[in-house]
Design a protein around this ligand. Structure first.
Ligand code: ADP
Ligand code: MG
Length: 329
């Protein structure tokens, strides 16, 4: 496969853009066939992978730094949900025709910035060129005590359902980027767009919830879809009070203009907040965890026996839930 326009050869490309990011000694400077990694004594490795495709998850004209940072952050969000500490990542990159040397330099600088923020190193990867869209796949490796890694399957009847931060911002932000929400102030549209462009993996909260939360998941596909995964795996039902779902001030103003945007709050993805369940006795421990993580959380409902999710409005009437998250196929 011939390489795009002004890119150097595969080996020079790796040496120039990626080797400087391989700060972990186990990465061997990307000069070997493999990276070698031992978990710290008593710890287990926690692994996850995410792929983004040009034209599907981002646009060719999006700033490459942001593409890089979001790629790392969506993976880090999975580690956050499980209370793991990031160690490093592998990057499988297949560059399409739109990728230039400038694009790559900016992409690498975005990776460097978030490696610094979250304390992880590039460990290795694979580099190819292709005639279609650029496809970027990151596998992150985290570390946690095996016993304490929280599952989706631990929710029990009577427990509270909680979410961190605010929901719906990213879905509304995508609308703002597409030129909708024109009746909102520019500052609101910018806030919402920022929440879509650059999520914040809730690593500190995830770690603080270890030993407190009974089930956790990160909200990548939307509240209803991801709460649905917890209910399915835990074999329980969820009751959610719509008015308790936390909204940002900007989202509240968007819904005041168009109440139908409520579907973005329940069904929209990309918020990367953490949803968790916990026993009613854990209230104090939860408050301490939130203080340690410097992040607010809200109780949105209760786990019950049964199956499925029931959302009710202020008057206790059932709310129809439209879409249940984005699916590729
Ligand atoms: P092989 O052909 O044996 O798979 P490569 O030539 O693809 O080896 O890779 C050489 C080294 O460079 C390996 O350590 C590999 O992990 C690393 N590497 C290749 N591509 C990337 C990339 N996109 N990001 C990080 N490391 C990479
Ligand atoms: Mg290779």
């Amino acid at each position: 496969m011939s390489r795009p326009s002004d890119l150097p050869s595969e080996f020079e490309l790796i040496a120039r853009y990626f080797a400087p990011l391989a700060t972990h000694e186990g990465a061997r400077g990307l000069a070997d066939d493999v990276a070698v990694l031992a978990p710290a004594p008593g710890k287990a490795h926690v692994l996850t992978v995410d792929t983004i495709v040009e034209g599907v998850h981002y646009l060719p004209e999006d700033p490459p730094q942001l593409v890089a940072r979001k790629l790392l952050r969506v993976n880090l969000s999975d580690l956050a949900a499980k209370g793991a500490r990031p160690v490093g990542y592998l990057l499988a990159a297949s560059f399409g025709k739109s990728v230039t040397a400038d694009w790559l330099a900016a992409f690498a600088s975005g990776l460097a910035a978030d490696q610094e923020t979250y304390g992880l190193s590039l460990l290795g990867g694979d580099t190819t060129a292709n005639p279609g869209p650029t496809t970027l796949s990151v596998t992150v490796i985290g570390e946690a005590e095996e016993r304490t890694v929280v599952r989706r399957s631990g929710a029990k009847p009577g427990e509270g359902i909680y979410v961190s931060g605010t929901l719906g911002d990213a879905a509304l932000g995508l609308r703002a980027i597409r030129g909708e929400l024109s009746r909102l102030e520019t500052s609101d549209r910018e806030f919402l767009a920022g929440r879509f462009r650059l999520p914040e993996p809730r690593l500190a909260l995830g770690q603080a919830l270890l030993g407190v939360a009974s089930a956790t998941i990160d909200i990548s596909d939307g509240l209803i879809a991801d709460l649905g995964h917890v209910c399915q795996e835990s074999a329980v039902r969820a009751e959610v009070a719509l008015e308790d779902v936390p909204l940002s001030a900007a989202a509240r103003r968007a819904l005041a203009v168009d109440p139908a945007l409520r579907d973005d709050v329940l069904g929209g993805g990309d918020d990367y907040e953490i949803l968790f369940t916990a026993s009613p006795n854990a209230e104090r421990a939860l408050t301490e965890a939130a203080m340690r993580a410097r992040l607010a959380f809200s109780r949105i409902g209760t786990i019950r026996e049964g199956a499925g999710i029931e959302v009710t409005d202020r008057a206790g009437r059932p709310v129809a839930v439209k879409h249940a998250g984005f699916r590729h196929f």
